[in-house]
Design a binder for this molecule. Sequence first.
Ligand code: ZN
Length: 151
Amino acid sequence: MNIESKLSGHWTDEEIIGHLYGVGPENGHLEHCADCQIRLSAMQAQRQALETATADNDGVTFDFLAAQRRAIYQRLEQPVRWWSLAYVRRVAAGIAAAVVLSGSAYMYQQNRSMEMARERAEDAKLLQEVTAMASMDSGAQSTEPLQGLFE
Ligand SMILES: [Zn+2]
């Protein structure tokens, strides 16, 4: 077709493209050739379509880059947020464990002192009983070594 265009005096595709970019032939052929005008407008439409597509691509690229940047920022932020949340949870768990431990230690001590008091009361009771039995048996003197045991 290019050769045909050359032979018939029509502009070649390259010449029409050159004209689109302002470097086409200056022979005035386009002004009185309907065929070449149609080819020119077809090429103009193609170039416009290409430019629109490029512009769209640029838009997509920008959006893509922006989305990518947001995703990266989110990925950068998330571990920190998760870490701090995990840290708070760990601290809270530690405090809860400490409270439970000290609470149970306190309870254990309370129980232990109550037990000891009970034991002491039982000892005193036993001592009283033994003393009573001993005093009934053979007088107050014989209970002295026993009293020493419980003191
Ligand atoms: Zn022509």
